[in-house]
Design a protein around this ligand. Sequence first.
Ligand code: NAP
Length: 524
Amino acid sequence: MTIERIRSYLFGEWCGDKEGQTLVNPATEEVLARADGSEQDLAGALTFAREHGGSALRALTFEERADMLGKMSAALHAAREPLIDSAVANGGCTRGDAKFDVDGAISVLAAYAELGKTLGKKKILADGEGIQLGRSPRFWGQHVYLPRRGVAVLINAFNFPAWGFAEKAACALLAGMPVMTKPATATALTAWKTTEVLINANVMPKGALSFIGGSASRVTEALDSQDVLAFTGSADTAMKLRSHPNVIERSVRVNIEADSLNASVLGPDVAFDADSMQLFLRDVVRDMTQKTGQKCTAVRRIFVPQSTLKDVEGEIAARLQAIKIGNPALKDVNMGPVATASQLADVKSGIAKLREEAELISGEPGARPQTVGVDGDKGYFHSPVLLRARDGMSAKAIHTHEVFGPCATVIPYSGDAEEASAMVRKGGGGLVASVYSDDREFTEAMVLGIASHHGRLYLGSGKVLEHATGPGLVLASCVHGGPGRAGGGEELGGLRGVTHFMQRTAIQGSRPSVENISDTKPVS
Ligand code: NAP
């Protein structure tokens, strides 16, 4: 098998001849590719993107940018199979997991193409109603959004090389900002192939898309005040980037999506044979095993009332034990390996840390599980592990240490919404929490108790059994992000995600002039 060479795409051309980090198949440890190891001129590349990509994109209307996103989505759709194959090989993904990433990329671009169409032939976005500023309506104000004149630098985590790029790029490009994207190096194969497809499709102006195919540890030095840094990854890296002196000095806009100890709360009203219980069990097991638990939205803490604890633990454990682990290229395998050797080491040490505060319910912490379709002891495999907290109220690591793999902890509680809320909040801010109940009062009390700490709440009940998408699925129409530990960022959410890449300005002046400029003149 040929070893692929990942190159960067900067200054409107492919570049980077020096071999860098080696990318492997995490199921077989076979070498797949080598990243770009060149020291790239990122400051120059950013200037090129600002000058060429920025001006070309700002010259387009929202409708034209939307058309471009639609063509990008179509190009990826046409290349869907090879992209899925590369995600299976380099990401340790089952075909289902790989589709989650690749189809997610295709659909988020399509969703923003649809949204962009509704904005029409404008280049300026009005924010809210006009405001009378003086005693008469002659002196008028209107808030508007215009694209920032910099580059959207998108740094992504290893788990979603296609969707992670596309969800950020769709918003930035629709706003009118060029993007420079940098995937996590270990799983960059799919991101590189995605970029190749988009460049070959020739649907974007020159400079609108740049790609860093290796390390970019010096990119923060080259950022300017009109740039936007959108980062997804660990809290440690996030802290390094957002506290870089150049980022602080130039007030670079930064959006962070980081760790999250996502909670799932089962209400005390839910009987074992209720539909809402089926939804809860389905969601929990899917979240723990999909992408081998390497999903920022995956459930890490499962709050279960004492009344159903035994049955619930037993059922989750039974379902986890039925998961077939092995080479994800095989059809009957349900869960592949984690993405890298260092990820496996982190999972093992993280579980050991949680076990200081928890009992083991099921799984084989630290051991190699039974695998299918793998030679010897190759690959970075770990079994799903279910733990039970000894005391959820006094526990520390369980609420603060994210094991980014197939592991979650059951936290027993009395059934009281205030008690559950207090423990959920110990997570210090998360991306998503889910509440499963058919009791309106309990659900409302949970929403009031935990919404302040989350970007999204998913309310599971028997009524949505056949319709709910699960808490792990991020939708273009709803915000993704969360306060505190989760990074304090916000992405997507329809137009909300687009405006992160624009500057809001209040325009004050004579009413006809303000209305003409902002295109808000009432239709008579
Ligand atoms: P990571 O080690 O922090 O790396 C994230 C990205 O930052 C990678 O592209 C990495 O590049 C890059 N990077 C590292 N140091 C850098 C520097 N000094 N300058 C510029 N870029 C730098 O995180 P990860 O291991 O890939 O991802 C796992 C974490 O991401 C988990 O903690 C998970 O919770 C979080 N995550 C959050 C979300 C969310 O939406 N909130 C989604 C997915 C994952 P290299 O690979 O080249 O080092």
